[in-house]
Write a protein that binds this ligand. Structure first.
Ligand SMILES: NC(=O)c1ccc[n+]([C@@H]2O[C@H](COP(=O)([O-])OP(=O)(O)OC[C@H]3O[C@@H](n4cnc5c(N)ncnc54)[C@H](OP(=O)(O)O)[C@@H]3O)[C@@H](O)[C@H]2O)c1
Length: 417
């Protein structure tokens, strides 16, 4: 098969951009060369000659000799403008920017179709794990039931360091930033937003449904405290930030990003540090598990390299599952078993939002409740709660129990009416 020669215009020379430059240098035989690199800060010292760089994006975007734009910048809005212009100019694009993809998924699909050019983004989800291409190609026929994973390397690193090595949260975050694992704005990671953007991309490739970021509920790890960390230790659990999506038998998608107690019988229990892990469950193959480094210069650059290599063979995502009629499940039809730490002044009111409370504890100022709650009520509590509250998932309630909970609520509503 004839391989196309890839001439790259690279945007960004930070952690991943620099990593890609080095990875390409160390990969002889790749028919790919970086022609020019566009960066932003004129005052920064660079590890390679200044002749490689420009500060003018149009020098790359309107260069007919460049057939591929690799976008590795940390500004999602600027990235969208770059990617859009590149596609409109008939250039293939490789990007690692999940925020940009998640916020513009529909437009990006449209642009690929209209200008007949590929846009690849394997590095945007779980860095070194080839999950998008697997969802797209391997699970083309087998019916996927769920995708669940630790998809954010930075928060997993922070959780591993704070729990296993007793580092403070601030120190663990500082280390994650120093190692190039964290987003420029740390709230993107610690608030569960980065995981949500990735989940949205996984949902599109797993189930063929395009979801908007505001349609997926996310909580992060930034409010975790000693009470729940101690509770987890006592029970032999670990707390991990989990992205979850499931397709129900009636074609609805249930999804969220939440910190979750993980038992040692679960493969995700052993995914530590900067590693990511994704479990897929499908009708015929049952549960499969992928793991690999979820952040860092080389692991992320390896996925970018794989996309560039795929472009040599004219690979593109076909989005075969898109246009399915599946829809997002309504929040009031999703029930979760959760742990809620809160100030005791709120116990009575918070308790009233639960369908069932199985366990509770109080001292003179804080306490926790463990029980079943609908996602719509959980959202109300999450909005209300302050720094002294935190929410951790035990499990999603299965569909059969969910149906009986809905019936029970309808009955109670009728009785009140
Ligand atoms: N780091 C990871 O482990 C990882 C993993 C997966 C995905 N990603 C994604 O990869 C992308 C890059 O992340 P990173 O960690 O490499 O970021 P980074 O280290 O902060 O580097 C960002 C680079 O973008 C450049 N830049 C920012 N705005 C620009 C603009 N308007 N025009 C041209 N260049 C611009 C910066 O230029 P200056 O050098 O001039 O400041 C810098 O070189 C992000 O989308 C991130 O989400 C990162």
């Amino acid at each position: 098969m004839n391989r196309k020669e890839i001439k790259i215009g690279l945007f960004g020379f930070g952690c991943v951009g620099n990593g890609l430059y080095e990875v390409l240098e160390k990969t002889p035989g790749m028919k790919a060369k970086i022609k020019r690199i566009c960066i932003k800060d004129k005052t920064k010292l660079r590890p390679i000659s200044s002749k490689h760089f420009t500060f003018d994006k149009n020098e790359l975007l309107y260069d007919d000799d460049i057939n591929t734009i690799v976008e590795l910048i940390d500004d999602a809005d600027a990235a969208y403008e770059i990617v859009k212009t590149a596609l409109q100019n008939g250039k293939a694009v490789v990007t690692a920017n999940k925020k940009m993809i998640a916020e513009h998924f529909e437009e990006l699909l449209q642009l690929q179709k209209e200008y007949n050019v590929p846009l690849l983004y394997e590095a945007a989800c779980c860095a070194s794990i080839p999950i998008i291409r697997n969802l797209e190609e391997y699970y083309d026929n087998d019916l996927l039931e769920s995708v669940e994973g630790i998809v954010n390397g930075s928060t997993n690193y922070i959780l591993s360091k704070t729990v296993d090595e007793n580092l403070s949260y601030t120190e663990a975050l500082r280390q994650a930033q120093e190692k190039g694992y964290a987003e420029s704005n740390p709230v993107m990671d610690t608030g569960g937003f980065d995981a949500k953007f990735k989940l949205l991309i996984l949902i599109a490739h797993a189930f063929g449904v395009v979801v908007k970021p505001e349609e997926i509920f996310n909580l992060g790890i930034d409010k975790l405290g000693d009470l729940e960390l101690g509770y987890a230790k006592e029970k032999g659990y670990k707390i991990k930030l989990i992205a979850y999506a499931e397709k129900t038998a009636d074609g609805k998608i249930r999804s969220f990003v939440l910190p979750k107690f993980i038992k040692n019988t679960d493969k995700l229990f052993y995914v530590d540090d900067v590693f990511n892990g994704v479990k897929t469950k499908s009708y015929f193959s049952d549960v499969q598990f992928f793991s690999g480094k979820g952040a860092g210069a080389y692991p992320t650059a390896s996925a970018v390299l794989s996309d560039i290599s795929a472009l040599c063979y004219d690979y593109r995502y076909e989005y075969k599952k898109l246009n399915s009629t599946d829809i997002l499940e309504c929040d009031s039809e999703i029930y979760l078993k959760i742990f809620l730490r809160h100030e005791i002044v709120y116990t009575k009111i918070f308790k009233s939002y639960f369908n069932e409370v199985n366990e509770s504890y109080f001292n003179h100022e804080i306490g926790f409740l463990v029980g079943t709650i609908s996602l719509s009520n959980l959202k109300i509590i999450a909005k209300w709660s302050n720094a002294d509250s935190s929410i951790i998932l035990f499990d999603l309630i299965d569909q059969e129990t969910t149906h009986s909970l809905i019936q029970q609520e309808e009955l109670e509503f009728e009785l009140i009416a």
